[in-house]
Design a protein around this ligand. Structure first.
Ligand code: FAD
Length: 437
């Protein structure tokens, strides 16, 4: 059978021959796993990704997300796939078992992530959005906040976002104008508008928890005066039950060139003066805390670039084995020679090898980033932990930008292998190229 999304042999090479991930199981933290269990988990993820999630990629693009009466309707086919994803407990791969996670090491989880992101990253990023925001709560929340939010966010029952960008505060986050005023009950009243917020409104989860950057009245200008707040779409009562809608309103979604299955939302907080948020971490230390999530998001953006490239490369390689066109080079002058699959033409092979070398290089780099996280986690001295943390800090923006840029280039080269057909909507490459831009 043709390989789809990722070549399992190449995944196994990086996992076991380059990084010797199975050796992590000698450590007490991971001694419930072994190579066999890793292989089983990856095979299950691959099956679900190919059978149930991959078909939603093109359909999600065609149907797109629809903004109607302040809500966003996700593509219909996303609902079934989302539920299968949740039921299979594929949301919190690396979180501890007490919090409902699988407790996998990052490196092994990366192989699972590769298949799901490669199948349909707009859907799986929505399923993981609660986990991304939940990790902020785990790192900076009070024990009460952890009790109220973590399990539901890690299980995918509640979604999440990261709400930084405003119309006049893009790259320059410190220019933001969303404000927070402390109330007598310890909550904060939030007022302001954000734009470009991914998954801030969708109909796959019953609640959405927004980590929002805002400035407390009187705080210094710039990033030094920014605090981080948890702002639920629907208020969460002290006993964990859902309360009233929290005056968080989606005012529209962007019409984008690609990523049509991913809603990019404009939000207003406190339009009626009734939006409340909970301080996450310390006042004026919000930017530092948010970087915890920004760095994870950077690694995910890199992984999306890479997995799109891997998927597009395999489509191109499979197509090149089947598309019959022209004669083999040694028979070029013989009009009676049979036509051959285009993979026999040296220039097509050159394109495929260029793509494969970049895909393999990106996989190696991204899994190495995950390996550094595992090494930091298992470090036995402070110095050792800092070494791995510093190396990962250096590589995080490299992974993000290199894999985004090369991911696009690989999709473009894949289109070339398909010739004119690649430019049509009959084949998936044009969607990969649009989305990857
Ligand atoms: C699909 C999509 C999803 C998104 N999801 C989210 C989300 O979930 N949450 C969220 O908060 N935001 C999100 N964003 C917003 C994204 O983070 C911003 O677009 C980004 O921060 C850039 O801001 P900007 O678009 O205002 O560009 P600008 O800041 O206006 O930048 C324009 C150009 O100028 C360059 N530039 C700006 N300042 C400098 C400088 N000092 N030196 C050199 N060059 C500079 C930039 O690199 C860029 O090329 C999303 C955006 C998109 C398109």
């Amino acid at each position: 059978m043709a390989q789809l999304i990722a070549d399992r042999r190449d995944v196994d090479f990086v996992l076991y021959e380059q990084l010797e991930t199975d050796k992590l199981c000698k450590n007490k933290k991971y001694n419930g796993f072994n190579k066999k269990t890793f292989d089983m988990i990856i095979s299950e993820a691959r099956n679900l990704a190919i059978k149930e999630i991959l078909p939603t990629f093109a359909e999600g693009d065609r149907e797109g997300t629809v903004f109607e009466n302040g809500t966003v309707r996700m593509p219909k086919c996303f609902h079934r796939a989302y539920n299968l994803f949740r039921k299979g407990e594929w949301t919190a791969l690396t979180a501890s078992a007490e919090l409902g996670g699988q407790g996998l090491p990052m490196t092994a989880a990366q192989a699972v992530v590769e298949y799901f992101l490669g199948a349909n990253y707009t859907l799986t990023l929505c399923a993981w959005s609660g986990v991304g925001a939940g990790e902020l709560v785990e790192a900076f929340g009070t024990s009460k906040q952890k009790d109220l939010f973590l399990k539901k966010m890690y299980s995918g029952e509640w979604g999440g976002t990261m709400a930084l960008t405003e119309a006049n505060a893009g790259s320059d986050v410190g220019a933001l104008t969303t404000t927070a005023v402390k109330n007598d009950d310890g909550t904060y009243s939030i007022t302001g508008s954000k734009i470009f917020i991914t998954n801030a409104e969708q109909d796959l989860t019953e609640n959405i928890i927004n980590p929002v950057l805002a400035r407390i009245e009187g705080a210094p200008a710039g990033t030094k005066g920014i605090s981080l707040f948890l702002v639920p779409k629907i208020w969460v009562n002290d006993d964990g039950s859902m309360g009233e809608p929290n005056d968080v309103v989606c005012t529209g979604i962007e019409e984008k060139m690609g990523m049509h299955g991913s809603p990019t939302c404009s939000l207003t907080f406190g339009g009626k003066g009734r939006c409340r948020g909970l301080l996450l971490g310390e006042e004026n230390k919000g930017m530092r805390a948010m970087f915890h999530m920004i760095n994870s998001a950077r690694l995910i953006v890199g992984a999306v670039g890479f997995t799109n490239a891997s998927t597009a490369y395999l489509y191109a390689a499979n197509y090149a084995k089947e598309r019959i066109q022209g004669r083999a080079l040694e028979n070029a002058m013989n009009p009676d020679a049979p036509s051959v699959p285009i993979i026999q033409h040296p220039d097509v092979r050159r394109m495929l090898m260029w793509m494969k070398s970049h895909v393999d290089g990106m996989r190696s780099l991204i899994y190495y980033g995950a390996h550094l996280m595992d090494m930091e986690e298992l470090a036995t001295t402070i110095e050792e932990g800092e070494y791995y943390q510093n190396l990962l800090s250096l590589l995080t923006p490299v992974i993000k930008s290199f894999c985004s840029d090369r991911g696009f280039d690989v999709c473009s080269e894949a289109m070339q292998v398909f010739g004119g057909y690649g430019y049509t909507k009959d084949f998936p490459i044009e969607q990969h190229l649009r989305d990857r831009r």
